[in-house]
Design a protein around this ligand. Structure first.
Ligand code: ACM
Length: 736
């Protein structure tokens, strides 16, 4: 609503004595306290216009009041009883705007459209005091409110880890409570295809399931009925669902189901590791477009939103470059190269969508090679891409600064609250093209267990930032946020800490005490860390510790955080092994990559990692070799040396080409014990761990041990990272 109009309306309203400090989030544009209060009891009627949506909103209010306060109201015609009246009022100006008035006589929510009416109801629900009551008092107030940005969203990635239907619905409830109006649903990716498509059943019978590194199967998908049910649930709550069907990249699960969709047409499995994969839809084959047309037809039918997101990000184009059909396509369409081919691909899909009245949304890579200006660009890489999109005339959604897969400690609730991407010079003069923003939650490391902790309260801060950027007072926001927690607790929402990770582990080995110590920094004081030492999964009955756990004997230690008896995260394993390298001085010729270094002594702390290089136990080198010298102090006899190396080629981590063990008594002249070549296949995308072992029949006696592992070097043509240096990862040097 324009400012001058608000001022005029306020003049007509009885003078207020004081402003009420309500706990409403997002902070309404304008709140004026009135005198007295409205008594809400079972005698109150809800009165609403007769149209279907208004009646539905009235029922939503009735149910919400009953659930939150225990008071059962009836919806009925206006009588002399006190009432909550929902009213259509064209004088309330602005998209999604509403006016909420509470006086001792009645409550009125007025709006020009049903969206505003619904948001007014959500505000009223937040005005109710917490807890169940026979009657309760709502302080007199007048609220005039409207959002600043039209697109206020969260992206959930159901592809990397499936999100069960009930959990999706719970997130819709929360988005709606805080007046976020878009759920961007990332439904397909390399590691899983999550939406039933009638015409292509293998998408879900094959593409929705993967075999994890430990041999277990995981996955899941939404049936058409699940989708209809969720879309309807969201509609009732003012939330639009925008489906994302990724193309032309991030398509491995679809290619696993139908290998003919990729140019090489080779069978692949659904990958169980993270990264960017080379199997993409073939731009040269008409069959790809027939497939995508059919899929989008079913998607368009299931989702009423006028938008379909087609991804478009992170497209490795080696397969196109090498395919005869794609080369032919480039000649036929006079395209200069594979970037132009991607642009042609996206624009062809865009025409297909436009023919059914849908607007294409894509990640900012859709600008590469030229984008049609009617597409909506979702910026994730930075202001340069935003500027490019705006200069091209595209409408824009900002996502980059709001990546919620970032650890909470690195992107706190306060950070989210304070980030103002729209102030960047890239946006100057283009505010009318900026639709709003979204917070994406990529789910490589997010499962149903920690999904809500990664979302909230950060999403609540985003909601206020997008609805009312003028609020801008974090201390005030934080006070209001704390009044929300009892409600979130009552709903069993597993929200996380505001500014710290749920738990961060640090492990060290103390050679004097022969002691492994796990220190845990907990995001909530009431997180209990349950653990086992026999390799089994911890339960809430397992022994627990708070900040520190000391272990004096080697074990397979598994730790999982619980809060209120509920597990919050997958467990983490620390397997400690007694050996002669433990705690010995170690020197590196080239220091490890600081992102994957842990502590300087991490390769000699006796602890080996899980199968993921990101678990904090792996030490990595980017482009360079591992060359480490251990002082075994004093001269020590041993039989075996063992090291593990990891390959996750999609993340550019490759096994070393050669691993060499050498010994010395003076640290100057070296005797090679073993030099092991490894045949590395950089195109093998499976997660693998290779153990390199030296075994002597009679003990070797030496003071110094030197291990070298030759980095694969530059990633080869055909690899997604071609021309870039490979990573080399190892987790421990074990000497026995
Ligand atoms: C993205 O994060 N790849 C859009």
């Amino acid at each position: 609503m324009p400012r001058h109009l608000v001022a005029l309306l306020l003049l007509a309203f009885p003078l207020c004595t004081q402003a009420t400090a309500t706990g409403v989030i997002p902070q309404p544009e304008r709140i004026e306290a009135g005198r007295g209060s409205f008594a809400l009891g079972p005698n109150v009627r809800i009165v609403a216009p007769a149209d279907r949506r208004a009646q539905e909103i009235a029922a939503f209010l009735r149910d919400g009041i009953r659930e939150d306060s225990g008071i059962a109201l009836r919806i009925g015609a206006a009588t002399r009883q006190p009432r909550i009246e929902l009213r259509t009022d064209p004088s309330v100006q602005g998209e999604e705007a509403y006016r909420l008035t509470v006086t001792p006589q009645r409550v009125e929510i007025a709006s020009a459209d049903d969206r505003g009416l619904f948001w007014g109801v959500q505000t009223l629900r937040q005005l109710l005091p917490p807890g169940h009551h026979a009657t309760l008092a709502i302080a007199a107030v007048r609220i005039d409110d409207a959002p600043r940005y039209a697109w206020r969203g969260v992206m959930l990635d159901a592809a990397r880890h499936f999100i069960p239907v009930a959990l999706v619905k719970q997130q819709i409830d929360l988005l709606s409570r805080y007046k976020l109006n878009v759920l961007h649903w990332h439904l397909t990716d390399d590691q899983g295809w999550r939406i039933e498509i009638r015409k292509y059943p293998r998408l879900t019978s094959v593409g929705a399931w993967r075999t994890e590194a430990d041999g277990s199967r995981s996955g899941g998908f939404y049936t058409r009925q699940d989708i209809r049910d969720i879309v309807e649930y969201a509609r009732q709550r003012n939330v639009m669902i925008v489906p994302e069907i990724e193309m032309p990249g991030h398509a491995s699960a679809a290619v696993a189901a139908y290998p003919s969709l990729s140019c090489p047409q080779q069978p692949i499995v659904v990958p169980a590791t993270w990264g960017v994969f080379t199997d993409i839809y073939c731009a040269g084959d008409e069959a790809s477009f027939t497939f995508l047309h059919d899929v989008l037809s079913e998607v368009a039918e299931l989702f009423p939103a006028p938008y379909i997101h087609i991804g478009g990000d992170e497209v490795p184009k080696q397969q196109w470059a090498q395919s005869a059909s794609s080369q032919q396509r480039m000649r036929d369409e006079h395209l200069a190269g594979v970037d132009a081919l991607q642009s042609w691909f996206v624009q062809r899909i865009q025409r297909d969508l436009e023919a059914r009245g849908k607007t294409l949304v894509g990640w900012d890579e859709i600008l590469e090679g030229g984008a049609d200006r009617n597409a909506i660009v979702e910026m994730w890489r930075g202001d340069a891409e935003a500027a490019k999109a705006l200069a091209n005339g595209n409408r824009l959604i900002v996502a980059g600064p709001f990546y919620l897969d970032t650890p909470i400690e690195e992107l706190t609730t306060q950070d989210i609250y304070r980030i103002n991407p729209f102030a960047s010079p890239a946006f100057a003069g283009h505010q009318d093209q900026v639709l709003g923003a979204e917070a994406p939650l990529w789910s490589e490391y997010v499962t149903p267990r920690n999904l809500e902790a990664m979302l909230y309260p950060r999403v609540i801060a985003l909601a206020e930032r997008l609805w009312n950027p003028d609020a801008n007072d974090y201390a005030d926001f934080q006070q209001r946020l704390r009044t929300q927690y009892p409600w979130l607790d009552a709903q069993h929402i597993a929200y996380g800490p505001e500014d710290r990770d749920l738990v961060d582990y640090k492990l060290d080995y103390n050679p004097l005490q022969h002691r492994w110590r796990v220190r845990a920094a907990r995001g909530f004081d009431d997180i209990a860390l349950h653990y086992t030492v026999d390799g089994s999964e911890p339960t809430s009955q397992s022994p627990a510790f708070g900040d520190v756990l000391d272990r004096y004997v080697p074990a397979t230690l598994k730790i999982a955080p619980f809060r209120h008896g509920v597990p919050y995260l997958p467990s983490q394993t620390f397997q400690s092994v007694d050996n002669k390298a433990l705690g010995k001085p170690i020197n590196y010729l080239t220091a490890p990559d600081p992102h994957y270094a842990g502590t300087a002594t991490q390769l000699v702390d006796g602890v080996i990692g899980d199968d993921d290089f990101n678990d904090g136990l792996w030490v990595g080198w980017r482009g360079s070799d591992l060359d480490a010298t251990l002082d075994l102090q004093p001269v020590t006899p041993f039989h075996t040396i063992q090291m593990r190396f990891l390959q996750q080629s999609g993340s550019w981590a490759l096994l070393p080409r050669r691993v060499t063990f050498a010994v010395s008594d003076d640290g100057k002249t070296w005797r090679t014990l073993q030099s092991t070549p490894i045949a590395v296949d950089p195109m093998d995308l499976r997660a693998m761990i290779r153990t390199v072992r030296f075994e002597a029949a009679t003990p070797v006696t030496a003071r110094y041990l030197r291990v070298t592992a030759q980095n694969y070097g530059v990633l080869p043509p055909g690899h997604e990272g071609a021309g870039k240096p490979a990573h080399l990862f190892t987790d421990e040097i074990l000497v026995q």
